[in-house]
Design a protein around this ligand. Structure first.
Ligand code: GLU
Length: 484
């Protein structure tokens, strides 16, 4: 494909950036980067009641954190600036006047109350509510009467009834039926454009070649194609991405995990881990030597991404899979970097006061014990708490084990042995184990599991040989005694 590819992500700043939004943004970005095209960020903020500057700011921050950089946008400008719809109102009004002049749109003086009453009646009579064309053919006299009444008109677009067929890049031929759409508002009575209208004007003026967005926009696409045709604009290629559903195949909700990206950031997920997982949520890379490589770097995603392999069936969000993918990305970092990432989380949990507070090489070793057991950074403090002489949590299985007679006996023997040592190192720990085994006959799991449970509160996790050298004799004794 040529480098004329221009795509956009066009969020409305009315709340947090959601998983679905990020995937849409990511597919546009990957598509642009793969083809050497241009990726544009446009802020669709004409719903003034719901749009906030705060949301816009967070949105830009979240996208920057994800590393989904844009080539043109509200903060950096570009050849088609401004990129914030609220700053482009004059443009929408100019085109609306043109549509009126060409009899493709008209002023509508109906009030909200009148429209609502008609809507209710339609519903009551079992009809699909649709504008009845009341103001389509008003005489000059009638119009003047309304103006005198101080009614502020909206502008309605005259919808065609024909079916519109598009060649969707993901879904193939799609028939967007005509009978469902009545004449619809393009400029509200306060002078602000509606989404369907402003998006068309901007996609045209910004020379957008491909519109990739969620399938929930298919009904909008029908309206938008009508506007393209009325204004004699070339329609872009459309691709509608399938929905992302929860495990129960219902709408993605809080039950399935966080939905907003800000929460993944604060949980210490990695941008590359998240993007890797979200890329796979509806797209799959080509098999190599009979198998699909699921862990892909950003560069590999760009190289391999193609719309041909985007699925039209819904994608199921699976938090465990995301955790696994993120964990795999974490393994690529050296321990120093992971410790750096963990530091704010350790401070937040009160395990460390501030950076100079801590012996850095020791901290790196502490963090290392968690490396193979974590999926995201915020899990580190819990797994590390024992090294900071904090009680931490006691897992159910560990609790059960510690209740047994045999465990208590083993812990007693450990206590007696440890007490007489100067310090605890891997070597003398192993020496003590041998002695206990010889003297009491307790061995293997029966010998090691109770100490592990007492020290870490868990039967799983880092090896004892990794843990022991990082604990003081006093901490070991204190924790063992607690369970005797
Ligand atoms: N502002 C719209 C939204 O956030 C954009 C949809 C589109 O990509 O056209 O859903």
């Amino acid at each position: 494909m040529s480098n004329k590819i221009r795509v956009r992500f066009a969020p409305s700043p009315t709340g947090n950036l959601h998983v679905g939004g990020v995937r849409t943004c990511l597919y546009n970005w990957l598509f642009a980067r793969h083809h050497g095209g241009t990726f544009i960020l446009r802020i669709e903020d004409t719903d003034i009641a719901r749009s906030t500057k705060e949301s816009e700011k967070t949105l830009l921050e979240d996208l920057s954190w994800l590393g989904l950089n844009w080539d043109e946008g509200p903060d950096i400008g570009g050849p088609h600036a401004p990129y914030r719809q609220s700053e482009r109102l004059h443009i929408y009004n100019d085109y609306a006047r043109k549509l009126i002049k060409e009899n493709k749109a008209y002023y509508c003086f109906c009030t909200d109350e009148e429209l609502n009453a008609k809507k209710e009646l339609a519903l009551k009579e079992g009809r699909v509510p649709q504008y009845d064309g009341h103001c389509k053919n008003l005489s000059e006299n009638e119009k003047n009467k309304f103006i005198k009444e101080n009614r502020k008109p909206s502008i309605r677009f005259i919808a065609s009834r024909e079916d519109i067929i598009i060649q969707d890049l993901i879904r193939g031929e799609v028939n967007l039926r005509g009978e469902m759409v009545g004449d619809f508002i393009i400029i509200r009575s306060q002078g602000l454009p509606t989404y369907n209208y402003a998006a068309v004007i901007d996609d045209h003026l910004m020379e957008i070649s491909h519109v990739l967005r969620g399938e929930e926009h298919l009904p909008n696409t029908r309206r938008q194609v009508m506007i393209y045709q009325a204004l004699d604009f070339k329609t872009p290629h459309f691709g509608h991405l399938s929905l992302i559903l929860g495990k129960d195949r219902a709408k993605l909700s809080k039950r399935d995990s966080h939905t907003s990206i800000t929460e993944y950031i604060s949980d210490g997920y990695l941008p590359d881990g998240l993007l890797n997982y979200l890329a796979m949520l509806g797209w799959s890379p080509k098999e190599k030597d009979g198998k699909v490589e699921e862990i892909l770097s950003r560069k590999e995603l760009i190289e391999q991404f193609d719309l041909d392999r985007v699925s039209k069936s819904p994608a199921i969000f699976d938090l465990q899979k995301l955790d696994w993918v993120n964990g795999q990305h974490l393994l690529k970092f050296d321990i120093n970097t992971i410790a750096e990432m963990a530091l704010p989380f350790l401070i937040k949990e009160g395990l460390i006061k501030e950076r100079p507070d801590v012996d850095w090489p020791w901290l790196c070793k502490v963090v290392e014990t968690t490396k193979n057991h974590i999926h995201h950074i915020s899990e580190i403090p819990k797994l590390c708490s024992i090294f900071f002489d904090k009680t931490g949590t006691l897992e159910k299985e560990a609790e059960e084990l510690l209740k047994t007679e045999l465990s208590r006996k083993a812990l007693n023997l450990w206590r007696e042995k440890i007490k007489n040592e100067e310090t605890i190192s891997v070597e003398n720990f192993q020496k003590l184990a041998k002695e206990i085994q010889k003297e009491s006959g307790i061995k293997g799991k029966d010998l090691y599991m109770p100490v592990r449970a007492a020290l870490t509160g868990d039967l799983h996790g880092p090896e004892l040989v990794q843990i022991i050298p990082l604990l003081t004799k006093e901490t070991c004794l204190k924790r063992i005694e607690k369970f005797i």
